[in-house]
Design a protein around this ligand. Structure first.
Ligand code: ZN
Length: 377
């Protein structure tokens, strides 16, 4: 049997210099750039992290650790050190320029240029994904430019303040569909979020017309991330390969594991011929993947909770076996465990056969540029 080539399709290597000034609270972005303060604050944060597993707090701590690195390449080299040498990494760019959190020291275009240089140097080991934000002018030309420079697909991050069905993305989707280029999109209720003003117009979902909840920006951003939003994209671009990253996220996996399925409430509504309500994003995603042949999901970050490994194992032995992808969300998992521990936990639990399916066989198909590789669903 050929040696395993792990494909970690979901990693980030942006630095403290790429995030906007108000990305973290208490002016911490500025503080982390000063190594003396960074070291001192990091010590306190790591100590405090023993007492909390709050998602936002965790993000601050990993950002403090990442701030040790001046360049994206340094983070990449660190990450490579945790994996066998032939491993291939999907590097997901992030466009923070429209999240209304101030100016980054190095803007998104700079980040892209640096990633292109990294692709040149580590051609076989990395596949950069270009972040696409519908608010950025000239998006299609930029997309063509970076695909020519070796980028392997596109990254969406809707909680930064847009819907995936935003028509300004259509030209890039059409290009991606025609060229067999995959899309990886953030799909969990948490993560980084848009800081702008929630106007009354924004409170109405542009497609369904329903009024949208969210007491603050963090909660409101969930509306952008909802997996159901991709139905509109798939309807227009059925051959587009989309990976819903994080598989809905741990919070939604817990809801699935802890509740009846289908719950009594849903049954009643079905009897009364009302619309069926999915109980968690996890089940929404499963149903969507069963219906749409080009929809994938990755286990990035979510799988760092060991209690979810049995569910991944079970899924890999259903008809979704070919649709689940390995990703870690480096360096976001590093608060809890190292990249190596993350990977080995998953691999050890699944066994070589299932791990290879998820970390090599499936990603190869997902990443393949062959246009014939994405048949109509
Ligand atoms: Zn990520």
């Amino acid at each position: 049997m050929k040696p395993l080539v792990i494909h970690n399709i979901h990693t980030h290597i942006f630095t403290i210099h790429h995030v906007p000034a108000r990305f973290l609270p208490f002016n911490l972005v500025a503080a982390f750039k000063i190594q003396f303060w960074n070291k001192a604050i990091r010590k306190i944060l790591h100590w405090l992290s023993i007492f909390t597993n709050n998602d936002q707090f965790g993000r601050i701590v990993v950002m403090a650790d990442a701030a040790e690195h001046e360049k994206q390449e340094e983070i990449l080299v660190d990450m490579m050190g945790f994996y066998p040498s032939q491993t291939c990494f999907g590097l997901l760019a992030m466009d923070f320029d429209y999240m209304d959190a101030g100016e980054p020291e190095q803007d998104y275009l700079k980040q892209l240029q640096q990633l292109a240089a990294i692709k040149q140097k580590y051609a076989e080991q990395v596949i950069p994904f270009m972040a696409i934000d519908p608010r950025r002018p000239g998006l299609l030309d930029l997309a063509k430019k970076y695909i020519d420079l070796g980028f392997g697909g596109f990254k969406l991050y809707p909680p930064l303040g847009y819907y995936p069905f935003d028509e300004r993305l259509d030209e890039v989707y059409a290009l991606a569909e025609a060229e067999g280029l995959p899309i990886i999109t953030h799909c969990s209720p948490g993560g980084i979020y848009w800081r702008g003003k929630i106007t009354p117009e924004l409170r109405i979902h542009p497609k369904t017309g329903e009024s949208l909840k969210g007491r603050n920006n963090f909660e409101f951003a969930r509306n952008f991330s909802n997996p159901a939003n991709y139905e509109y994209v798939i309807e227009k671009f059925p051959r587009l390969k989309i990976c819903l990253a994080h598989f809905g996220g741990g919070e939604e996996w817990d809801k699935y594991l802890e509740n009846h399925w289908p719950p009594a409430e849903v049954k009643r509504r079905l009897d009364g011929k009302e619309t069926r309500l999915p109980i968690s994003w996890f089940t929404t995603i499963i149903e969507m993947m069963e219906t749409h042949g080009n929809l994938y999901a990755d286990i990035a970050y979510t799988a760092h909770e060991e209690r979810f490994l049995p569910l991944i194992k079970v899924l890999l032995n259903t008809k979704l076996r070919e649709k689940i992808l390995y990703g870690s969300d480096c360096y976001m998992v590093q608060l809890d465990k190292s990249e190596r521990a993350f990977s080995i936990n998953v691999r050890g639990y699944l066994g070589e056969k299932d791990y290879r399916q998820m970390a090599e066989t499936n990603p190869r198909i997902f990443l393949q540029r062959d246009k014939a590789a994405s048949p109509p669903p």
